[in-house]
Design a protein around this ligand. Structure first.
Ligand code: B3K
Ligand code: ZN
Length: 854
């Protein structure tokens, strides 16, 4: 395989200050005429090299004259040029309706749209398809007017007109130079929800959310979120929008969440469309977060882009950090932090502990699409958060101002960003930079000593960064740990919160004035993305879960208590549940806590997260331990669950932090009631399912029923299917709920569902709803006979033929074989080997599968 190395970066030999693209659009055969003004970059004799993929040039001209001394090297078009500046034109023909990988120009639901990041633009036309070649684009599109009445591209609309034969045309100009990955066009039959936003300098921006006409009523939430995002970025980062229009288009076939193309974001429809009947609170939250994320990219990504793809976290980590801040400001910041840490632990920690572990700034890749990972995005966001913590809010804002100011209009590096953090604050981040280069989740051990009657406590900290592929030894990093001590007797704080910058392998810290036995609260707010190992007793964890003043630390103490209990249960077959049950009861009884927090705090860690704590994962033992604890919590606190359930009766749906929290707690209560086997719970769930005026409650009830055996189970599934048969996004939930079921027959059910008339690998959302969900269902996927592994491999091999990027994304569960017993590991390896041996495998799937075998 060809490996691209970060250290091989060289500036582009040729620049392209101006690009004009003329599209003759048609689903079967689109003609693309590209006119590039190119300038030689430096004193060299290199020819012009243009990337291409899947097409061949129909013509090549230089300065208006057709030439024939061009050649193809691999898929690159190589054109010898003699001067310093030329006008190079190419023509190609592409077939959007045969584009199943959904990169480049493709058809979705009868419309045409583009996806160029990372390397899709080369599938549209020949171009230096790398992020450090910034060009000003002018675009002309012609298309059949009846089929494609709407023609959109980046930037500002310039003119439109009609042509003979039922065709029409439109021209758009984008005044901001941009890399090719931000190019976009859309041609389709679309309706628009329009709005306006007046920027703080008084410019009016025309906003538009474009969808198929039938979906128009589901776009208000996204439009509202867009306006909130625009105001938030002005207020919090001083960033104003720069064009006169901002358009968003929703499409059903999309490889990921959305794309930040300049002035023309293109979205997976699941991150735009919402109404109470079809979208859950979680969907509403996701829509606002993704709309904000893509909007924020206009500054952190578009105006300042990446020099090369190794710098991807420069825009993604920072933009995730920004969207997390936005979401935190819309509701409960504590709950948002809990959710973000939960997803970091569900996706990034396992990635960092497995064969695909890589640094936030990688050193090598085969296929860049494989590096749009939780590490680049979510761990990258944690790196920004740590710098913000170290600098403090004022210096951090000064540093981002400096960064935006200095690098506006350029393609920058992670190093540029860190240098701005240092320059604006005076902080020394030299050791901190190791976070960008060293992979793996650091482990911190913490223990506290206190001599009874004395006034001094000693905190011993040690850090260890585990080896990862290609990085056998590591240096100690800078870990910002927020710490506070609480008095075990008085249940009051003994110290202020202290920010400790742990930078050595071992450190000892002394706290004076500690007059009673201290209980350690550490990594408060999850100030560093690390694993803390401490010797705190169940009693101390229960104490913190009741008395810590940091809500995240309270949640964390409860999680640790639950984890310790579940690990003991999984290893020994039984565990003492009393401490957990008492702590859950205490949390439920605390009148000062809001429902949203309580709901998160009383939830058990997932099977997978328990597995991550064990030397070898035993999925069945973990499942049994978790079910036993769940049942005990349900049975022993049954009255409280009934009270919590009844205290939040269903009311007409309103999406607000308060109502969302109430629904969440009610549905968590329903889940615990279902664990009791009380005779009336299935009927209760079915009644909720039937009567709900919103998808949050309906889906929660469905999930409860689907996980059980009650006779209402099949009825609910059938009713749900019938009601939403023509709504693809909701049908995805129907598949997903069954793939996540905690039942013995799930692997068999999933295999059957893959043959369902509504299942299709061609639609990434549908493929993910079944295959992706199944891959994270630890017990079902790891069924001991290997049926789950076989199923996943079969699906990936088939999907790879259509859509390599999406196939490769679904592979990682198979790569975790080292964490399982010999029998399972051998079965998993056999499937990975079968994948690697498949003829014609994509670079995407090959890279992930072969690395997973190493
Ligand atoms: N930048 C895009 C992701 C592109 C993924 C390409 N494989 C969406 C985002 O992060 O906002
Ligand atoms: Zn992004």
């Amino acid at each position: 395989p060809v490996v691209i190395l970060r250290e091989d970066y060289r500036p582009p030999a040729w620049l392209v200050p101006e690009t004009r693209l003329v599209f003759d659009l048609d689903a079967h055969a689109t003609r693309v005429h590209a006119i590039l003004s190119v300038t030689r970059n430096g004193d060299h004799g290199e020819p012009l090299r243009l990337d291409g993929a899947g097409q061949t040039p129909l013509s090549v001209t230089v300065d208006g004259i057709a030439i024939d001394d061009w050649r193809l090297e691999g898929e690159q078009l190589v054109i010898p040029l003699s001067g310093g500046q030329h006008r190079v034109e190419t023509e190609v023909e592409i077939a959007p309706d045969r584009n199943t990988q959904l990169m480049g120009l493709y058809a979705s639901g009868g419309n045409l749209c583009t996806q160029c990041e990372a390397e899709g633009f080369r599938r549209i036309t020949y171009f230096p398809d790398r992020p450090d070649v910034l060009s000003r684009y002018a675009v002309r599109m012609t298309a059949d007017k009846a089929r494609y009445p709407v023609l959109l591209a980046n930037g500002d609309p310039i003119a439109t007109g009609d042509l003979d034969g039922g065709r029409h045309w439109a021209e758009w100009n984008d005044p901001f130079p941009k890399p090719s990955y931000l190019f976009a066009l859309v041609a389709g039959d679309l309706a628009v929800n329009r709005g306006t936003f007046t920027t703080r300098s008084g410019r009016e921006v025309a906003l538009g959310i474009w969808v198929r006409a039938a979906d128009l009523a589901k776009t208000d939430h996204a439009l509202h979120a867009l306006k909130l995002s625009m105001a938030w970025d002005e207020r919090v980062y001083g960033r104003e929008y720069d064009l006169d229009v901002f358009n968003i288009v929703a499409v059903d076939d999309f490889n990921f969440g959305a794309m930040e193309n300049k002035g023309l974001n293109i979205f997976n429809s699941r991150y735009i469309l919402a109404d109470a009947d079809t979208a859950t609170d979680h969907d509403y939250d996701g829509i606002a977060a993704v709309v904000a994320h893509e909007y924020f990219h206009n500054w952190s990504g578009n105006r300042i882009t990446c020099r090369d793809w190794f710098q991807l976290s420069l825009k993604e980590g920072f933009t995730v950090y920004r969207d997390q801040g936005f979401s935190a400001d819309q509701g409960s910041a504590a709950v948002k932090r809990i959710e973000d840490v939960r997803s970091l632990r569900a996706a990034q920690f396992p990635e960092d502990a497995g064969p695909l572990s890589h640094p936030v700034r990688p050193d090598a890749y085969q296929e860049i699409s494989n590096f749009y990972t939780a590490t680049i995005y979510n761990k990258g966001a944690e790196l920004i958060r740590m710098m913000a913590t170290i600098l403090g809010p004022a210096a951090f804002r000064a540093a981002t101002d400096l960064y935006f100011d200095r690098f506006d209009g350029t393609a920058a590096t992670c190093e540029d960003f860190v240098a701005c953090m240092e320059e604006a604050s005076g902080a020394d981040l030299s050791q901190f930079r190791l976070w960008y280069g060293q992979a793996g989740t650091p482990r911190v051990s913490a223990s506290i000593d206190h001599v009874a009657g004395g006034g001094r406590a000693t905190l011993r900290l040690a850090q260890r960064v585990p080896p990862t592929p290609g990085q056998p030894t590591k240096r100690p990093m800078v870990l910002p740990l927020k710490v506070r001590l609480f008095g075990a007797e008085t249940a009051t704080p003994l110290t202020d919160e202290r920010l400790i910058l742990l930078s050595d392998a071992d450190e000892t810290l002394v706290f004076e004035g500690v007059t009673e036995r201290p209980v350690l609260s550490i990594n408060r707010g999850f100030s560093a993305p690390v694993i803390v190992e401490s010797d705190r007793s169940a009693a101390d964890l229960a104490f913190l879960s009741a008395h810590d003043d940091d809500p995240f630390a309270r949640y964390e103490a409860m999680q640790q208590l639950m984890l310790d209990t579940l690990v003991a249960g999984a290893i020994e077959g039984r565990a003492d549940h009393d401490a957990v049950i008492a702590a859950v009861a205490h949390t439920l009884d605390d009148p000062d806590l809001d429902a949203a927090f309580v709901a998160e705090a009383v939830l058990l860690p997932s099977d997978a997260f328990v597995g991550d704590q064990l030397a070898l994962v035993d999925p069945d033992a973990i499942f049994r331990a978790r079910e036993a604890l769940r049942r005990d919590i349900g049975v022993q606190l049954q009255d409280r669950w009934r009270l919590a359930y009844d205290r939040a009766p269903a009311v007409p749906y309103v999406y607000s932090p308060t109502e969302k929290g109430k629904r969440r707690l009610r549905n968590v209560a329903l889940g615990y009631l279902a664990a009791t086997d009380a005779a009336d719970v299935a009927a209760l769930a079915f009644e909720q399912f039937r009567a709900a005026d919103n998808m949050t409650d309906r889906q929660a009830a469905l999930t409860t029923l689907v996980n059980g055996d009650a006779e209402e189970r099949q009825a609910a599934l059938d009713l749900f299917y019938a009601r939403y048969a023509d709504n693809a996004l909701v049908l995805d939930k129907w598949f997903q709920t069954q793939a996540l079921a905690t039942r013995d027959d799930t692997a068999a059910v999933v295999t059957r569902l893959a043959a369902h008339a509504d299942f299709s690998l061609a639609n990434p959302n549908r493929a993910r709803s079944l295959i992706g969900a199944f891959g994270v269902n630890q017990r079902a996927f790891h069924q001991a006979d290997g049926a789950g592994y076989r199923f996943l491999a079969d699906q990936l091999i088939a999907l790879d033929q259509l859509n390599p990027q999406t196939a490769a994304k679904l592979l990682p569960p198979l790569g975790r074989w080292r964490r399982f017993d010999q029998g399972r590991a051998a079965l998993m390896r056999a499937e990975l080997e079968r994948i690697v041996a498949t003829p014609g495998l994509s670079r995407d799937l090959f890279e992930q599968a072969s690395k997973s075998l190493e």
